[in-house]
Design a binder for this molecule. Structure first.
Ligand SMILES: [Zn+2]
Length: 126
């Protein structure tokens, strides 16, 4: 919906919520429960529904707060299998095949794995 008012521009989180509402509406109209889980009468509908959910999740990940870890100022890096670890502060720089976490620095490997999986830091839970 077009508007002159720049104050009311939707944020990425609004967009994600909007897409999720579309998915819910779609499920209400076309989905039905089988054994407690939602299903549809054909694969196209299921794919559409699943796709909306994934899209919302991806948009949420894009809108996640900018990942901030004080840059490591040490020069004591140890290359590991899929990341580089600082031997002084223990921070981890993910390699380029970490999806959303690629080439970002984290306080720990656990944090990096969490970010890769969820698109946000553990502390940033709603
Ligand atoms: Zn360091």
């Amino acid at each position: 919906m077009a508007t002159e008012n720049k104050q009311s521009l939707a944020t990425a989180l609004d967009v994600a919520a909007f897409i999720e509402r579309k998915a819910d509406d779609f499920a209400d109209r076309f989905g039905f429960g089988v054994g407690g889980s939602l299903t549809f009468d054909n694969q196209e509908k299921l794919d559409y529904y699943t796709g909306l959910g994934e899209l919302a999740e991806e948009i949420r990940a894009l809108a996640a707060p900018v990942h901030e870890v004080a840059p490591c100022k040490h020069y004591n890096s140890m290359p590991r299998y899929d990341h580089t670890e600082c031997l002084d502060c223990g921070s981890v720089l993910a390699d380029s095949d970490w999806g959303i976490a690629s080439n970002k620095r984290f306080k720990s490997l656990e944090e990096a794995r969490f970010y890769q999986k969820h698109g946000r830091l553990p502390e940033a839970q709603p």
